[in-house]
Design a binder for this molecule. Sequence first.
Ligand code: NAP
Length: 313
Amino acid sequence: MKKNSRLAVHKKQQLFQNQNIKKMITVTGATGQLGGGVIDNLVKKGLAPSQITAMARNEEKAQALKAKGVNVKLGNYNDHSSMVEAFKGADKLLFVSSSEMQNRAQQQVGVVKAAQEAGVNHILYTSIQRQSDSADSSIAFVANDHIATENAIKESGMQYTMLRNNLYFDILPWILGEKVFETGVFYPAQDGKVGFALRADMAEAAANVLLADQEGNKDYNISSPSSFTFADVARHLSTIAGKPVSYFSPSAEEYIQALTAGGAPKEVSGFLAGFAIGAASGEFIPGDSDLPQLLGREPISYKAFLDGLYGQK
Ligand code: NAP
């Protein structure tokens, strides 16, 4: 690296460290993929690991974070006092939504209460991008918990940021299955347009938001700026394979039956079918995405993601 660019990097690092000298960023879900990615980005962008606290429920899983110099506090979304203790001293708290689906709304409202009690100034929440807040929307099975959590945050009086994440590209391999080049794309999303995005891009965007000064409250739409359909996915897979890959959109019932017959657990096929119905009804259309502006570059596209996943066949 040339001396000048080394200096620039050093100055940038000092800037972040000075800006945040008395500030602590606390991240939940830190042993998970999104939370862990956010922490990696914070450090890469110059924040001292000592200015980051990771809340983890599993001490062993948190060893890697400790080894990086990140503070680790044990806390569980089901244990109020552990969270209050873990959140104390946090200026900003990134609350990564829970991966437990039972009683999630109640559990997550509890996280918001603990943050309030611990004196957190600013809470950032990884919510879901959606078109409708209706309690009986096609994605109510997953969106209602997020909406209840957003409402609790808004009522808490803390400064807030909603990071409304579209679905991850990273779930595409589950949707497409291992034999997609033989079977074609089989998914009941009809011709619904979606704005899925790469989880790693979402993690980087969240880190940028955490490092920036924010006036007031914000809602960010974290989607790919351009939409695609599952027919587009099949077309791109055809290009990769150099042979036609078809797209079939069965009914949701046929889809669930086929997945269950293939050995998939019922909850998994139900979830994937639910997302397809949401896609078909336009819930995951990107709308006005904030992702390029938050990243300062174009996010990874679905074509680039598929190229990376399958390479040239
Ligand atoms: P992930 O890798 O499964 O990480 C989830 C994190 O939450 C893990 O660190 C987990 O801890 C932690 N956690 C779960 N229950 C907890 C509890 N009771 N107390 C404390 N921590 C708890 O998921 P991800 O890929 O990072 O995604 C983050 C969140 O986005 C998920 O939790 C889910 O709500 C949502 N999500 C979104 C999409 C999408 O397509 N947009 C897809 C899947 C999930 P452990 O490491 O100890 O398990």
